[in-house]
Ligand binder design. Structure first.
Ligand code: SF4
Ligand code: SF4
Length: 75
């Protein structure tokens, strides 16, 4: 017998507006899914589209309104 598994289809992921982002990095520690990643030598984080679940936690954390949820197929 296999244990029951929940399959969640991700339809939205976060989009980072590089013009609005000031590199404060507040969004990095709030993501539990490693959807926001740090690039060595760069202040601005990057979205990992394979890990982001579209939970929206980082969106409400960003003081610059640089993060928005967008349909995954648009990215
Ligand atoms: S919280 Fe917003 S402004 Fe700060 S690094 Fe993340 S996306 Fe950029
Ligand atoms: S939307 Fe959720 S999963 Fe995606 S990067 Fe933000 S906090 Fe992480």
């Amino acid at each position: 017998m296999f244990p029951q598994m929940a399959v969640i289809e991700v339809t939205y992921i976060v989009n980072l507006d590089e013009v609005l982002c000031d590199g404060c990095r507040l969004c990095l520690p709030v993501c539990k899914f490693k959807g926001m990643i740090s690039i060595p030598g760069e202040r601005m984080p990057m979205v990992d589209p394979w890990s982001c679940t579209g939970c929206g936690t980082c969106v409400t954390t960003c003081p610059q309104d640089a993060l928005t949820l967008r349909p995954k197929e648009e990215q």
